[in-house]
Design a protein around this ligand. Structure first.
Ligand code: UFG
Length: 340
């Protein structure tokens, strides 16, 4: 298939581009580079061993989005491009709703005009909200989120479901990610957050490389084995093959829209992840226990059974693999990608 990957220069998008090429698909990338560096593209081409067509524009521009579909032959869309910082979304809700909804609507309308009906959406475990029991299962129907970023994921899942409901040709996979970490084993591509990292793994790896003084663990009094929060960390390489599996499953999907958890099914505490990262680095890392972060849940992890049964996919990489690959990327690229 010839697949349009929106946000293909971003963290998960770039790893998925390589997984698509490895599986024999052709890829077209669209990215506005607002949260990605141009250097990603040359590294992707080096790893893929081929040129990758890249369109640099913002998908909120509906006219350019339409033109893209008019000029490129596209069989399916994998939609990653979005704003994704939870805290920023609380401060700037209108900006988040505008961007994440407009980009998706531009895409959907262009797809409708050009007869493209295959869509894989980058959703999040955040849609399970505060009340779903763990492990999270896809048929939980009270989708909700405590922050505007998460609400955009809930809304877009709904929009895509409604769009598919009125056109029998449409097939949509809603992929609900748990906590993506890790990097390509080459050490050439990885996560490169702008500014101070919001998420645990990039923060930890920046402590290890000397860019941050110490890790602050947000809360040591949760009702968990060691008092720190537990999450379902999933290697970005597993996540990438999950996208390929979902894409290849669309044509045989019985329902027009289907949600899939992409996780491992296992929770790991902040302290356990810290210890695993120390093993990867080969030394102890400085940390302190601080107050809880508002909005955080104690424990979240996936029930990954549906993805295994229907997509034939499961995560195979361990926490130690995730830490080793993150550390290879961070130690070889201490400042992330070179500036454009
Ligand atoms: N944590 C720390 N210190 C830090 C950063 C995080 O102790 O500096 C802890 C958090 O409290 C949490 C765990 O590490 O227990 C993981 O936190 P992340 O910020 O890495 O990930 P979250 O689970 O909070 O967020 C992730 C995604 C969001 C998504 C959310 C809910 O990053 O996009 O899951 O599904 F919305």
């Amino acid at each position: 298939m010839r697949v349009l990957v929106t946000g293909g220069a971003g963290y998960i998008g770039s790893h998925t581009v390589l997984a698509l090429v490895a599986a024999g698909h052709d890829v077209v990338v669209v990215d506005d580079f607002s949260n990605a560096k141009k250097a990603v593209v040359s590294r992707l081409e080096e790893l893929a061993g081929r040129q990758i067509p890249v369109h640099a524009f913002d998908l909120t521009d509906a006219a350019r989005t339409d033109e893209l579909f008019a000029t490129e032959q596209i069989d399916a869309v994998i939609h990653f491009a979005a704003f994704k910082a939870v805290g920023e979304s609380v401060q700037k809700p209108a900006m988040y709703y505008r961007n994440n909804l407009d980009t998706t609507l531009s895409l959907v309308e262009a797809m409708q005009r050009h007869g493209v009906t295959r869509f894989v959406f980058s959703s999040s475990a955040t849609v399970y909200g505060e009340h779903a029991p763990v492990p999270y299962q896809e048929d939980w129907d009270r989708l909700d989120s405590s922050n505007p970023y998460g609400q955009t994921k809930v809304m877009i899942e709904r929009i895509l479901t409604d769009v598919a409901a009125v056109d029998e040709a449409w097939r949509v996979a809603l992929l609900r990610y748990f906590n993506p970490v890790g990097a390509h084993p080459s050490g050439r591509i990885g996560e490169d957050p702008t500014g101070t990292p919001n998420n645990l793994m990039p923060y930890l790896s920046q402590v290890a490389v000397g860019r941050r003084e110490k890790l602050t663990i947000f809360g040591g009094d949760y009702p968990t084995a060691d008092g720190t929060g537990e999450r379902d960390y999933i290697h970005v390489e597993d996540l990438a093959t999950g996208h390929v599996a979902a894409l290849e499953h669309l044509d045989t999907m019985v329902t027009r829209t289907r949600a899939f958890n992409l996780g491992t099914g296992t929770g790991t505490s902040v302290l356990s992840l810290l210890r695993a990262f120390e093993r990867a680095v080969g030394r102890e890392l400085p940390y302190e226990i601080g107050p809880r972060r508002p909005g955080d849940l104690a424990v979240t992890y996936a029930d990954p059974a549906r993805a295994h049964a229907e997509l034939g996919w499961r995560a195979t990489r361990t926490i130690d693999d995730m830490c080793a690959d993150t550390w290879r990327w961070q130690s070889q690229n201490p400042q992330g990608y070179p500036e454009d």
